[in-house]
Design a protein around this ligand. Structure first.
Ligand code: HEC
Length: 100
């Protein structure tokens, strides 16, 4: 009984931040152009991780791009600047990089 509660608690702790970040991504319209594992208008988050995870300073670079927009990295279509605070951009960059 206690064990079950502990396990359920641990799962909630692990899933909590990821779910909160997904909700933030949805609220900020990221998911209208991006999906986790397929290209829509923008590249799949998993493809971004594959390309960026090994780069030094990837989290800071993606934070800046999420806020200011990006062009010329993935193709012809640019990403416009997004309506996020620095803290939200950092949370989203960290979340994207955690999707492997
Ligand atoms: C209007 C469509 C659109 C929206 C909305 C959008 N993106 Fe993008 N995103 C793109 C496109 C297109 C690219 C590729 C840009 C390029 O080639 O440089 C991209 C690229 C990215 C990259 C990779 C940048 C790189 O250099 O590898 C990340 C990370 C990213 N988006 C995250 C987000 C997040 C987080 C949000 C929500 C705050 C968001 N995007 C909202 C279209 C969008």
């Amino acid at each position: 009984m206690h064990k079950t509660i502990l396990i359920a608690g641990a799962i909630l702790l692990l899933a909590g931040p990821a779910q909160a970040s997904l909700d933030l991504a949805k609220a900020k319209n990221c998911m209208t152009c991006h999906a986790i594992d397929k290209k829509i208008v923008g590249p799949a988050y998993k493809d971004i991780v594959a390309k960026r995870a090994a780069e030094k300073g990837a989290e800071a670079a993606l934070t800046a791009k999420i806020k200011a927009g990006s062009k010329g990295e993935w193709g012809q279509v640019p990403m416009p600047p997004n309506n996020v605070t620095d803290a939200e951009a950092a949370t989203l960059a960290k979340w994207v990089l955690s999707l492997q």
